[in-house]
Design a protein around this ligand. Structure first.
Ligand code: AMP
Length: 213
């Protein structure tokens, strides 16, 4: 089964996809792939860094190529969860030529809550663990509980960049909600609760689909 997790930046798409990965799903995050390339300073990283840091979308032809390559590296018979792709209708159409999308989980949450969550997000630059200074602070003064590195704020988690990312989301990505609703693939999830509450809804949906298959 292949699912897309759709929703505004910071709604918890990555966190929920990681939970599915712990159950054996293959998690593909286009944002993670781009950040890794930027960190390495490779050709792709150099091409996309400015877009990512400004909170703008990377051009479609580049990101579709990134996804194609990733899909070639994985076992396509596994369950796949896509996080951060597609981001607009053109990408959704491109995806249809690459894999069959079985369901789209739309994580719903309003902008003000998103801003509160994202400005409080901190990440470990070494192991990628994600913290929140309000809801999930590290136990030792801004150091990662897993590897001890100093936590950082993602450059695109600053409030001005978050507002820009939300604006891009409403303009480019939100139309996908209607696109997938029309296709009969959309399932809405209330993403305002805790990580566990949101994941319980996702698990229930997946179990329901598995029974119907
Ligand atoms: P994310 O971690 O999914 O929030 O992605 C971080 C940034 O990577 C976005 O703000 C975009 O600049 C870029 N990005 C990730 N996925 C895509 C995509 N499907 N299309 C265009 N840009 C993307």
């Amino acid at each position: 089964m292949n699912i897309v997790i759709l929703g505004p930046p910071g709604v918890g798409k990555g966190t929920q996809a990681v939970r599915l990965a712990q159950m054996g799903w293959i998690h593909i995050s286009t944002g993670d792939i781009l950040r890794e390339s930027i960190e390495k300073g490779d050709t792709l990283g150099n091409k996309v860094a400015q877009y990512v840091h400004r909170g703008e979308l990377v051009p479609n032809h580049l990101i579709v190529e990134v996804l194609k390559q990733k899909l070639q590296e994985i076992d396509c018979n596994s369950n796949i969860v896509l996080d951060g792709f597609p981001r607009n209708v053109e990408q959704a159409r491109a995806l249809e030529g690459l894999i069959k999308v079985d369901k789209v989980l739309y994580l719903k949450c309003d902008d003000e809550q998103i801003i509160k969550r994202l400005t409080a997000r901190r990440i470990c630059p070494r192991c990628g663990e994600v913290y929140n200074i309000i809801t999930k602070p590290p136990s030792d003064n801004m150091r990662c509980d897993k590897c001890g590195s100093s936590l950082i704020q993602r450059e695109d988690d600053r409030e001005d960049v978050i507002r820009k990312r939300l604006e891009v989301y409403h303009r480019e990505t939100a139309p996908l909600v209607e696109y997938y609703r029309r296709n009969g693939l959309l399932e809405e999830i209330d993403a305002t609760g805790t990580i566990d509450e949101v994941f319980d809804q996702i698990r229930e949906k997946i179990e329901e689909w598995a029974k119907r298959k």
